[in-house]
Design a protein around this ligand. Structure first.
Ligand SMILES: *[C@@H]1O[C@H](CO)[C@@H](O)[C@H](O)[C@H]1NC(C)=O
Ligand SMILES: *[C@@H]1O[C@H](CO)[C@@H](O)[C@H](O)[C@H]1NC(C)=O
Ligand SMILES: *[C@@H]1O[C@H](CO)[C@@H](O)[C@H](O)[C@H]1NC(C)=O
Length: 868
């Protein structure tokens, strides 16, 4: 040991010596120009690393044996942008290059974690001619033999690595090439730029590509070029230097404007919609002034890439499927089919990672009859599109084309045009989209969307005899669904002790277990080890019943870190504004008792109580009801007494939320709502602090008098499933015993069906949010008085905030019907709005139709009364 540490000291001494030497050299050199103090601290501690290791290039790596030596990208940046733009470039597109990247900056620049080359005797002053030329020299001296192409890029350009690779592989790098967006300056500038009539330059912004040969010819002369600058434009001077020493000018090609794309809108460029032809066709995009946009662009292109891969995967599935058919393998044998030589056709089975997906669906050939309905009812009809959309299945048969459909059509048409124009260059023509004349579309739930489109196009031939003509084409298109992705939410449910199936499994395995370990020390002499009533599944696992775990479906397993965040028992604070309506409150409290108070649900209730002058008794009744439950259960129920203050829902909720602390999870609920255990689970899973609010789309019941009334039902053959009362629930079909929770859930569930109610897509009153997030977005606008609107305003604020607004149709949240009384004293517009609400909750279109058929007097009162 002593010997060894001696050696260590010696080695350390040598290293220190060498480093010291380098420091001295570095500092002295600087100091010879200024003074010794000017040697920057950073530089004192800096040893320039080896150029190869900066860009992570192995010693033996050459253009012949590596797929990451096609292009070397030199990014010109400045010290002030190292942590923003340079960092963003490195984090995003730099990772996808078929080559390497390095950032070139001033001598004093340091950026740990970035492949940075501080250029000697270069500062960050503008224009960066010296930086640009010395970068070329550095590239040539250190990497000249190791890459085929060199790119000079700014730090505000986005480069699509895959497309760049494709493009560069199609050009001969052994020839002198100088590729970029050619410029000559405007005619007024041309004199100032001192360009000859045949000279041009590659504009710097969107990137300039130089072949190895060009670099070889130019680099040795950069010192000369630097001494003979005519202008301050760095890209113009580079062009002049390349023309003089490599004998080439910038490519004159119309294409370059498309693939090296420059948007002239300055800081606004690429901040808006990216679904555009020019964005999709570009290899480089310039300028991306705000480095955060760089990440956005990157995400967008990654998504496009995922789409491509998905499509390839579908194609492969179709190939497999058609081969399987040719081999004559029966559908139900496919999964376990073994090819000659004992090679399984599908090595990975369902449920295992890497499973390929359902081949029968994914591999379905492109065909309008992919899905063959068995009955007439199963046929999915097409919708007709022209200026409006017409559908047989919709309650509003003719309507305007909704935004999602518009967007889908735009996407489809853009893709069609990309396909049509792919061979444009070879054929010397371009075809532009003009107009969609009409079309048909439908959605097959199992397979995807089908479209038939009649497109009006403009055909332009630019080679040979020039020609422009309008043409019409029918396109038959299919967008296929890909496989299902499942994301597990950690601990969204309590340990599933109550699942009968699992209990069975536990029992079963328990017996096996005992057999395996007959000697197991069991002090109680009883099955205490396997006493399921005392152990939850989790504990069972911790008692190393690993056999059980391996038999459980994957979804039920959890890892230790997930257990650190027990979402399933996170406390929810209900805030309930209440004005009068004691009867309904009583119903709500029964619901609350069954779901929350009787079980161990972590929920607190805050009732914000207002005095309704029309029914003053309700106030004290509600108060004593709360006191009653508090006494019986000893659980947390608060009342915020507002007395006879004028009611406003926004103000009520704001008062209620004051009772909570800032990291509390709050749920705004109304007294008409019905909920169950599943609701609570969804609130806990879907509300994420600092990230997401949950705005469920609740199911709103129609008037039961209409739904169950004779007017409709006497026309119906089948008997209706009645589910009017709370307390009635559907018996489980298989007769399996239900847990208390399941029974409670059923008790507070309704039949969800178009006949019974509708999902209130435009209701925003029920939501869950963390109090800190609520405060951060500014809460409710308390200036809004009277009729609603406070929720719409909050919704709009949330949409604009950085929180994700998560909405799903939540069938466990049901708004129980109550008749709306529209006060004739209301202001006219409010009165009409009230009538509208009343009408929309009255019944479904179907019910209303039958009602009309039975009550012609509603539509034609005169006929009933006789001629007037
Ligand atoms: C280069 O090849 C390796 C191994 O085949 C692969 O993993 C990697 O993704 C390739 N890199 C690029 C940039 O194509
Ligand atoms: C440039 O960007 C702006 C703002 O994003 C956009 O409105 C405009 O259409 C773009 N122009 C081109 C030619 O891409
Ligand atoms: C939203 O902004 C707040 C404060 O600026 C921040 O704490 C939070 O992490 C942000 N959330 C997201 C999803 O970016």
């Amino acid at each position: 040991m002593p010997r060894r540490s001696k050696w260590m000291h010696l080695v350390a001494g040598v290293v220190a010596g060498v480093t010291l030497g380098v420091f001295l050299k570095l500092c002295l050199r600087t100091s010879s120009r200024t003074s010794i103090e000017a040697c920057p601290d950073a530089a004192k501690l800096y040893v320039a690393p080896d150029p190869l290791s900066i860009i992570d290039l192995r010693t033996g790596e050459t253009i012949y044996n590596s797929n990451r030596t096609l292009v070397f990208v030199g990014v010109m940046t400045a010290e002030q942008y190292l942590t923003t733009r340079a960092r963003a470039v490195f984090d995003t597109w730099a990772q996808d290059l078929p080559g390497r990247i390095a950032f070139f900056s001033s001598e004093v620049s340091r950026a740990p974690g970035l492949p940075l080359i501080p250029l000697r005797s270069v500062d960050d002053s503008y224009p960066p001619q010296k930086k640009s030329f010395l970068m070329l020299l550095y590239m040539y001296e250190h990497y000249g033999e190791r890459f085929e192409w060199f790119m000079r890029a700014d730090d505000d350009v986005y480069v699509r690595g895959d497309k760049l690779g494709e493009f560069l592989r199609s050009v001969d790098s052994r020839k002198p090439q100088f590729i970029g967006q050619a410029g000559r300056g405007t005619s007024s500038e041309r004199d100032a730029l001192a360009l000859d009539y045949n000279e041009n330059f590659c504009m710097g912004g969107p990137g300039v590509l130089i072949s190895r040969e060009t670099l070889r010819r130019v680099a040795p002369h950069v010192k000369y070029c630097l001494k003979h600058l005519y202008t301050t434009h760095e890209d113009v001077e580079l062009g002049r230097c390349v023309a003089k020493f490599a004998g080439v000018s910038c490519t004159w090609s119309y294409d370059m404007q498309t693939i090296l794309h420059h948007n002239g809108s300055g800081a606004a460029a690429y901040t808006g919609r990216l679904k555009k032809r020019e964005v999709h066709r570009a290899i480089t995009l310039h300028p991306v002034k705000d480095h955060r946009q760089m990440y956005r662009l990157h995400t967008y292109f990654k998504n496009l890439h995922i789409q491509d891969l998905r499509e390839q995967s579908l194609d492969l599935h179709r190939d497999i499927s058609s081969s399987v058919r040719k081999l004559g393998v029966a559908t139900d044998e496919v999964a376990n089919f073994v090819l000659p030589g004992d090679v399984p056709l599908f090595p990975v089975k369902i449920g295992e990672p890497g499973y390929l997906g359902n081949n029968k669906i994914l591999g379905a050939p492109i065909d309008f009859n992919r899905y063959k309905p068995d009955t007439v009812e199963d046929i999915v009809p097409f919708d007709f599109i022209s200026k409006s959309i017409y559908s047989v299945s919709h309650s509003n048969p003719k309507r305007r084309i909704e935004t999602p459909m518009k967007e889908a059509l735009d996407d489809v048409i853009r893709e069609v045009m990309e396909i049509i124009n792919a061979p444009s260059r070879q054929r010397g023509r371009v075809i532009d989209f003009n107009e969609l004349l009409y079309g048909y579309t439908r959605l097959q739930p199992l397979h995807g969307a089908d479209h038939v489109l009649d497109l009006l196009l403009r055909y332009r031939r630019y080679r040979g005899r020039k020609l422009t003509a309008a043409v019409r084409r029918h396109a038959y298109l299919q967008q296929s669904f890909t496989g299902t992705d499942i994301r597990e939410l950690p601990m969204g449910e309590p340990p599933p002790v109550e699942e009968p199936e699992i209990l069975e499994q536990l029992d079963l395995n328990g017996k096996n277990y005992q057999n395996d370990y007959e000697d197991f020390d069991d002090p109680q002499g009883q099955n205490s080890f396997l006493d399921i009533s005392k152990l939850n599944v989790r504990e069972a696992f911790e008692n190393s019943l690993l056999k059980i775990q391996s038999n459980l479906p994957k979804v039920l397993k959890w890892s230790d870190d997930e257990y650190e965040y027990p979402i399933y028992d996170r406390r929810i604070h209900f805030v309930l504004p209440l004005l009068g309506r004691f009867e309904v409150f009583n119903r709500f409290m029964k619901n609350y008792e069954d779901i929350v108070l009787k079980s161990d649900e972590a929920v607190s209730l805050i009732v914000v109580l207002y005095l309704d002058s029309k029914s003053p008794l309700d106030y004290s009744n509600s108060e004593s009801l709360v006191n009653h439950y508090r006494d019986v259960y000893g659980k947390d129920i608060k009342i915020v007494q507002m007395g006879s203050t004028t009611f406003s829902r926004g103000a009520a909720l704001t008062e209620g939320i004051k009772q909570c602390s800032s990291d509390n999870l709050v749920f705004f609920i109304d007294v008409d709502m019905m909920f169950n255990h599943v609701t609570l689970r969804r609130i806990r899973i879907n509300t994420v602090k600092y990230h997401q609010v949950y705005l469920p789309i609740v199911f709103s019941e129609y008037n039961p008098e209409v739904v169950y009334g004779d007017d409709y039902n006497k026309f119906k053959d089948e008997t209706l499933v009645m589910n009017t009362d709370l307390g009635k629930y559907v018996e489980s079909e298989d007769g399996a015993t239900k847990s208390d929770r399941e029974l409670a859930n059923l008790k507070y569930s309704k039949v969800i069906n178009d006949d019974f109610g509708y999902f209130r897509q435009y209701g925003f009153g029920i939501l869950s949010i963390y109090k800190c997030d609520f405060d951060r977005v500014g809460g409710f606008d308390l200036n809004i008085k009277g009729w609603g609107l406070e929720d719409v305003q909050l919704f709009e604020t949330l949409i604009k905030s950085n929180l994700t607004v998560y909405r799903i149709a939540d069938e466990t949240l049901v708004h129980i019907f109550h008749s709306v009384d529209c006060d004739k004293k209301l202001e006219k517009s409010q009165f009409l709005m009230c009538l509208g609400t009343k009408a929309s909750t009255y019944g479904s279109e179907k019910h209303m139709t039958y009602y009309m058929l039975n009550h012609p007097e509603v539509l034609w009162p005169q006929e009933e009364k006789g001629a007037s």
